[in-house]
Design a protein around this ligand. Structure first.
Ligand code: PGA
Length: 252
């Protein structure tokens, strides 16, 4: 059975002090009311070391939102997977559509990042998903399959166990437009079948496939009730303890 996970993606929000407050608040809320799923928060790089000291890692995993495609050296402004790991983080988000679109991250670049993340003992939350134009042309299955083939299907089955997939239709991210639970389930089941073809049924059944895109406390129960939806990757609604906790509680 795939692990159930609710992961937050803070994106470029919260200064250091605000981030510390949010992490403290979440840590307290989950200490008082234990979650029924894995919880992860992915924060800007500058928050990682501090937040790592604040949270109970038995309850909340910590992740970065990106890492470099190079191991180390003269790459001004970049942050390596090894540096991320050294903060106490356990995860890194890679392949988010905002990175692909605004920072020109190609499948080849993402493959390098995935390899470095795994080599440094990080688990990868790997994002895939189609644009609105691609969905209109019914190309969503081909798009997600190509994204998997382009950056993670070179991994061995053993390595692939460290990959969490996040299906995030680009047209649903930050737009308030959520995929319906049926729409999401249909493509999640397809993604699992593609993983099964590549790695076998057991690995596929054990792979957590999260839904992302305007997921909130009000729609999370219906989404999470679907057999192939193992949780969510949450942007906007991860920025307030009550909103994020509301989604975590959908597993209760
Ligand atoms: P959203 O973002 O929840 O704000 O739509 C999700 C994501 O981009 O991970």
């Amino acid at each position: 059975m795939a692990k159930k996970i609710v992961a937050g993606n803070w994106k470029m929000n919260k200064n250091l002090q605000e981030g510390i407050e949010l992490a403290k608040g979440l840590n307290e809320a989950l200490a008082a009311d234990k979650p029924n799923c894995g919880v992860v928060i992915c924060t800007p790089f500058i928050h990682l070391a501090k937040v790592s000291e604040i949270i109970n890692h038995n309850v909340i995993g910590l992740g970065a939102e990106n890492c470099a495609d190079k191991a180390s050296g003269a790459f001004t402004g970049e942050v390596s997977a090894e540096m991320v790991k050294s903060t106490g983080a356990e995860y890194v988000i890679l392949g988010h559509s905002e990175r692909r679109e605004y920072y020109n991250e190609t499948p080849e670049i993402l493959k390098e990042k995935v390899d470095l993340a795994l080599a440094n003992g990080l688990k990868v939350i790997f994002c895939i998903g189609e644009s609105e134009a691609q969905r209109d042309k019914n190309e969503q299955n081909a798009v997600v399959k190509a994204e998997l083939e382009g950056s993670v299907f070179h991994l061995s089955a053993e390595q692939f166990k460290n990959i969490v997939i996040a299906y995030e239709p680009i047209w649903a991210i930050g737009t308030g437009k959520t995929a319906t639970a049926d729409q999401a389930e249909e493509i999640h089941a397809y993604i699992r079948s593609v993983i099964a073809e590549k790695y076998g049924a057991e690995v596929a059944a054990d792979t957590s496939i999260l839904y992302g895109g305007s997921c909130k406390a009000s729609n999370a129960p219906e989404l999470f009730a679907k057999p192939d939806i193992d949780g969510g990757l949450i942007g906007g609604a991860s920025l307030k303890v009550a909103d994020f906790k509301g989604i975590i509680d959908a597993w209760k």
